[in-house]
Design a protein around this ligand. Structure first.
Ligand code: DGL
Length: 262
């Protein structure tokens, strides 16, 4: 059986690549819902429905035993319902994991943490809730960055600078200790963000944390790990063939075949 990685678009390939780098032996299927991106400004109900459909596809058609929801918006808005309602009814032997808790664990080591994320993720307040569950003394400041994921997915990183300035401005003079890149796509702008932040502010980026945490999870959960096949395969599935898809896949993942789901 395989490991599924789901994102609203192609940004999750940055995480998929990082996961595969430290665990190359397994078989992976990536699912990018390019037809319906962005999720960030959609309703809770729509995000749940889209995420459930993707998970269902990865379980039923792609034989995944575990799915990583690399999309922060989906992790914030749909994960709990998927785990508590959908899995318990339909797939008790399979697992769906999100990206928020591992990042919240890392964030909880700092006193004052800024978060940039999509509108939907910020509206859910999931980052503050998850970080404070681990350490209630952390001060969490959140700011939505609604344009970034779309610009990144369009390959327009250069156009992102004025938006970054706007989205990071509320954190100026707030003496942050760390900034969470609370969206799958933002690691693509890590260098640009680094330049705009004081040097002492730690950037918490999912591509650096999720792979380690998944490895630890599999080491602890042999009932899942033992079901994983090890042929080093990688499939990338998308729901729509977008114009710059080939370019982004190459840039964020490397050479790979992409299949458009009909
Ligand atoms: N993948 C989404 C996330 O991590 C960002 C893109 C979107 O809005 O769909 O929140």
């Amino acid at each position: 059986m395989k490991i599924g990685i789901f994102d609203s678009g192609l940004g999750g390939l940055i995480i998929a690549r990082a996961i595969r780098k430290i665990m190359p032996k397994y078989d992976y299927v990536y699912f990018g819902d390019t037809k319906r991106l962005p999720y960030g400004n959609k309703s809770h109900e729509a995000i749940f429905e889209f995420t459930r459909e993707a998970v269902e596809h990865l379980f039923r058609k792609e034989n995944c035993v575990i799915v990583i929801i690399a999309c922060n918006t989906a992790s914030a808005r749909a994960l709990r319902q998927i785990q508590q309602e959908y899995l318990t009814k339909n797939f008790t032997e399979r697992r769906v994991l999100g990206v928020l808790i591992p990042i919240a664990e890392e964030s909880s080591k700092y006193k004052k943490v800024g978060v940039i994320a999509t509108l939907g993720t910020v509206a859910s307040n999931a980052w503050e809730i998850e970080i404070k569950k681990i350490n209630k003394n952390v001060k969490v400041l959140q700011n939505p960055a609604p344009m970034l994921a779309t610009l990144i997915e369009e390959g327009e990183n250069k156009l992102a600078k004025p938006f970054l300035l706007k989205y990071l401005k509320p954190f100026a003079n707030k003496k942050l200790d760390a900034l969470v890149l609370g969206c799958t796509h933002y690691p693509a702008l890590k260098k640009e963000i680094r330049k705009l932040l004081p040097k002492n502010v730690k950037i918490i980026s999912q591509d650096e944390i999720i792979p380690k945490k998944l490895k630890e999870y599999l080491a602890k959960h042999q009932e899942i790990a033992l079901k994983l096949s090890k042929n080093k395969s990688m499939e990338i599935l998308v729901t729509d063939k977008t114009q710059n898809m080939g370019h982004l896949v190459k840039k964020w993942f490397g050479k790979a075949k992409v299949k458009v789901l009909s």
